[in-house]
Design a protein around this ligand. Structure first.
Ligand code: HEC
Length: 109
């Protein structure tokens, strides 16, 4: 095996271990995320899909999901960073996946 071929195989193996945003979203359960959002987030945010007023503060989740800046990664970072008036949540990775999957499910297609 040439050095180049070996390097390519290593690169492919590493790439296959890094979940891309699309696959990571697939791991969450949107209905579990909706339950969490209703329980924890609804006291401040409107959390249902049809609520998409972009001018409310805090923003409706339907609007959040349709922001150009919305990505699985940006949500993951946001929800693990202390933020304004939001409580400091300590979500498990599974809970984060669920919440993000729920938010992603609110995107207009
Ligand atoms: C105590 C009220 C409160 C609760 C509870 C709360 N939020 Fe927020 N959230 C806010 C406020 C206020 C803002 C806007 C100001 C800011 O960014 O800090 C905000 C902003 C956000 C944004 C940012 C949207 C953007 O501009 O990019 C996201 C995403 C978000 N919240 C998600 C959540 C989720 C998910 C939960 C539940 C797990 C939650 N919030 C619970 C008050 C709250």
């Amino acid at each position: 095996m040439t050095a180049l071929l070996r390097a390519l195989l290593v690169a492919a193996a590493v790439a296959s271990m890094v979940p891309d945003a699309a696959r990571a979203q697939d791991t969450g359960d949107p209905s579990a995320g909706r339950t969490i959002a209703s329980a924890l987030c609804a006291q401040c945010h409107r959390v249902m899909a049809q609520d998409i007023d972009p001018n409310r503060t805090p923003p409706d989740f339907g609007a959040v999901a349709n922001m150009p800046s919305f990505t699985e990664l940006s949500m993951r970072v946001f929800l693990q960073t202390p933020h304004g008036q939001m409580p400091r949540y300590q979500f498990s990775l599974a809970e984060l996946d669920d919440i993000i999957a729920y938010l992603a499910s609110l995107r207009r297609r």
